[in-house]
Design a protein around this ligand. Structure first.
Ligand code: IPD
Ligand code: CA
Length: 149
């Protein structure tokens, strides 16, 4: 009947509102949405390998910004926590050729002036400063985790 249909639509509307509300709660304050991507930190800190493993265990991957908007979302998390993060970008395989975790050459970068400098010959990972700028850094250092989903 028309009345049943109307009440089904009302239920659907309520469901959508509830999902939207849940989403806002979940995203506060550790997540950022950019286009189709969600960036999220758990507050965990560790070296590159352990960050990479944690993100993949959660069904995501270490944050890998492909444009300025995505980088700005990651920067916001760095500022909020006052802690630099490691990206899912490195030149472990070939010195000077920075790639995503799947081996693809990066399509976007935001290096600080005079970086990457491979200081002491041991800097293959990429950290993001609170300025949003990038520095290559030793993968053994501990940084804040930010995953993308
Ligand atoms: C280093 C410098 C350098 C940068 C290195 C850092 P440190 O810090 O800031 O410019 O390229 O990645 O490790 O060794 O002076 O504390
Ligand atoms: Ca450096």
């Amino acid at each position: 009947s028309g009345q049943e249909l109307r009440s089904e639509f009302q239920n659907l509307g309520t469901l959508t509102e509830n999902i939207s509300l849940c989403f806002l709660v979940i995203m506060f304050p550790n997540g950022r949405i950019v286009g189709e991507k969600i960036f999220m930190t758990s507050g965990y800190e560790g070296n590159f390998d352990s960050l990479k493993q944690r993100c993949s265990q959660a069904g995501g991957q270490l944050a890998s910004p492909r444009n300025a908007a995505e980088n700005a979302a990651i920067q916001q998390i760095v500022v909020l926590y006052n802690k630099s993060v490691f990206l899912g970008i490195n030149d472990i395989q070939t010195e000077g050729r920075f790639t995503y975790l799947n081996g693809e050459n990066i399509v976007y970068s935001n290096w600080q002036t005079r970086e990457p400098n491979n200081d002491k010959g041991i800097e293959d990972c990429v950290e993001v400063y609170s300025s949003g700028k990038w520095n290559d850094k030793s993968c053994g250092e501990k940084r804040l985790i930010v995953c993308e989903f």
